[in-house]
Design a protein around this ligand. Sequence first.
Ligand code: ZN
Length: 411
Amino acid sequence: MRPTARLFTASVLALIAGPAISQTALSDADVMAIHDRLLTIDSHVDIGSGYGTKRLDPGVINDAQVDLPSMRIGGLDAGFFVVYTPQGALTEEGYAGAALAAEEGYRGILRMLRANPHQIGLATTADEVEALNADGKLVALIGIENAYPLGSTPEEVAEAMTLWANRGATYVSLTHFGHNQFGGSSNPSSARGEGEDPGLTELGRALIESLNRNGVMVDVSHVGPQTTADAIAASRVPVIASHSTVAAVHDNPRGLTDAQLEAIRDSGGVAQITAFRSYIAELDPQVVAATGILRDRLGLNSGADFRAASPETLAEYRREIARIRETFEDVTLAQYLDHVDHAVQVAGIDHVGLSGDFDGGGGVAGWDNAADSPNVTAALLERGYSVEDLAKIWGGNLLRVLREVQAHTTQ
Ligand SMILES: [Zn+2]
């Protein structure tokens, strides 16, 4: 959010002037003043089914973790809204269904933009992000999670990428849960009997080439280890992980290894560390058990179940989950920031960013919706990060990468 007042207290001015000052004297107002000066970006915001309809109106405060008023309240300036497609079979029918799912996701983002033209605008470049922000508007960018809907031949992929780049998509995650026509997933599908990540396919190489040509960032979140290495090697420009955690802090398939963090750094890219409970820490077994019982009772045992559920069922689910998290030990903002700290130690302050994975399963106690975002700034200041550091990890690094990727298109 653009600051409307620049009446900083002495402690804030001291903090802005120099790094690593003891922050014990900072009041909430001081933190908010610093937070408001930052251009803050969440690089992965999922959208619920029926986004921008009566079912789910992002223009008002609602049950979702991100809506436009909550972004304003929390000084969260920009989000990559995600066109997500669940992985299905690699058949003509599967591809056709995937294309339809992606269209519906895109339509949802368009509905949000068209219904709220004074609140939020679409940015397709880093300059547009900054211009909208300077204009006092919230910023939407478009990310594509899972390349599955982008075609099964090099010609189809080239055509689809031109279309999506023209629509303003700025990153594509190559895979989701389960391998696809482009490469392997960090989470192979046991239902489809998939083995280890086979690596980037020939079509995957064509996709990377097409992404580079169109100035769209290659995203390796959800991507298997061999395909990640192959994609970084194949890309002529820096790559990102839009929403991943750190394996050294909590070993899990969605965690980046130190070698992967270094490879992303060496590409010039950025790892956007995500606040997803089960990727951050081992969940309290009592939480797992209680959540399982709740999901069984409400018939919410898969992603498809969630997408098909009524608003009333989803509201009940959210209420009960909140109760479970209050009753048992929850994963905290401090645990999330341990992942951020480690990523910064390994990759450096110029190669780390933040993402909530909100409305896609993300959130921790302390950063569980857009309105909580100043808590992240407060906690990072407490850990000794300077305002300059915060500007980098809250968005500066990601915009640098976007600029570089878009500067090297061959169109
Ligand atoms: Zn995801």
